[in-house]
Design a binder for this molecule. Structure first.
Ligand SMILES: [Mg+2]
Length: 453
């Protein structure tokens, strides 16, 4: 107990005597810090409860959850765990060490011990105290759902000197482990801003131009938004490559290399935009070594931000997405588009494909007017599959990984492996539905996005 007093309260008597302004400031800062930790812990608690491991025989009412930061140099940086509030700190340390497979010589007389440390004060909690006492500590309480640190300390050391540097070290190593996460965070912000520009433009008069055919529309906003996104990414990541719908329309190439490449559709659903039909999306895909790393689709009129990072799941406005998993085509709702090609032969194949699918029979076919949003609807489970021929890599690059990370499958329209530059896709909630659609489809001949002649 003596060491504890020394550690935590040494500043208090001095302050009382001096009644200095500095002391008041420090106290207020401390209260504010504590309030922040308390709020953060409340938010984190729900997530911790889903993932934490611990002793399942501990009654629910006695469980205390922490994000436990593991000793520096450990391969795993942190682990969610729960303990019994009645346990001693010594027991908590032993239990946490076994859960994280850490070396624990605390029962031997060695020069270093594994200690449980307060995430704000850095103080090593005395082994004989109970967790309960620390939850009700008035200066530096522990919060259910908060962070704590496990670290090896020399026997005469009572603190981790600087917990902030400790956490920034952990954050840096997490960033290093995932170099593309920073790119993704940046792109989510840009997509949101691009969406604001589009929403603003919807309130103004829209002047329409055409591209490959009288029904292939483009507006000033398409070009403005693409320039906005690409120029800001280029500034931050000058060595990266870009494939943007409007840059390609203006004559730039669309060859996919192994270089980190941003594939951008500033407005997916330009026809919707022109008519103010309320499904318009900003689509950003990021591909490295020709593999999709993350995707962002911001359906800006609905204010729905769809995101997916490889291996980390797909989300819409922070909620995890899961495909329907439907395997029976006769119980399925499909999404597709009729496209902007008005060649009679092509129209014939598109309608005949719809006829073949409808007469299987399936429950129905929908089209919202943007490939990216159609695919996101498959990711949410609202539709069971999307198929289309004649679209481009920028229509699929953002949403493709969103479907895959929501548990869906991407196939070529022949049923073979998906190819981002092939201009065709089946994005399905199950392999079975994807293959059944492939079986029904007649193929439309297309020039690939990366064709050079
Ligand atoms: Mg577009």
């Amino acid at each position: 107990m003596a060491e504890l007093e020394l550690g935590r309260h040494c500043d208090v008597p001095d302050c009382r005597q001096l009644e200095s302004k500095k002391c008041e400031e420090a106290k207020s800062k401390k209260r504010k810090g504590a309030k922040n930790s308390e709020t953060a812990a409340k938010v984190a608690l729900m997530k911790l409860k889903m993932h934490a491991c611990g002793d399942n025989s501990v009654p629910q009412t006695e469980r205390i959850y922490f994000q436990v930061f593991l000793p520096k140099g450990n391969k795993e940086k942190s682990k969610p765990m729960f303990f019994c509030s009645k346990w001693s700190i010594g027991k908590v340390v032993d239990f946490a060490a076994s859960l994280a497979s850490l070396k624990n010589d605390n029962n031997k007389s060695t020069s270093q011990k594994l200690r449980l440390c307060h995430a704000v004060s850095g103080e090593a909690l005395p082994f004989e105290h109970t967790l309960e006492t620390w939850l009700s500590d008035k200066d530096y309480p522990l919060y259910n759902g908060g962070n704590i640190i496990l670290e090896y300390l020399d026997n005469d050391v009572l603190f981790i000197e600087d917990t902030e540097s400790y956490f920034s070290y952990l954050l840096t190593s997490e960033k290093m482990a995932d170099p593309w996460q920073e790119c993704m965070d940046y792109a989510v912000g840009l997509a949101r801003k691009a969406g604001e520009i589009i929403r603003g433009a919807l309130k103004e008069e829209i002047s329409v131009m055409t591209k490959s055919s009288p029904v292939d529309l483009v507006t000033e906003t398409d070009q403005k938004v693409e320039n906005f996104i690409i120029s800001l990414i280029k500034e931050k990541y000058p060595s990266h490559s870009f494939i943007g719908e409007e840059s390609v329309a203006a004559g730039e190439g669309s060859i996919l290399t192994d270089n980190p490449t941003w594939i951008i559709d500033p407005i997916d659903g330009t026809t919707n935009f022109v008519h103010r039909f309320p499904f318009v999306a900003v689509s950003v895909g990021f591909v490295v070594n020709k593999k999709m790393e993350f995707g962002i689709v911001y359906s800006c009129v609905e204010d729905k931000m769809y995101t997916a990072r490889k291996g980390k799941g797909a989300f819409c406005n922070g909620q995890k997405l899961k495909v329907s998993g439907q395997e029976d085509i006769t119980k399925s709702l499909l999404v597709t588009e009729l496209g902007s090609n008005r060649d009679p032969e092509t129209i014939k194949i598109i309608l005949s494909n719809m006829e073949r699918l409808l007469s299987i029979p399936i429950h129905g076919i929908r089209a919202v007017g943007t490939a990216a949003v159609n695919m996101c609807l498959v990711a949410t489970g609202g539709a069971d599959a999307y198929y289309e021929m004649g679209i481009h890599c920028w229509d699929m690059a953002g949403a493709g990984i969103i479907v895959a990370e929501a548990g869906g499958v991407l196939l070529d329209v022949t049923g073979g492996p998906f190819d981002l530059m092939s201009r065709r896709i089946i994005a399905a909630s199950s392999q079975a539905i994807g293959e059944r659609i492939a079986k029904a489809l007649q193929i439309i001949p297309l020039r690939r996005d990366d064709a050079t002649n």
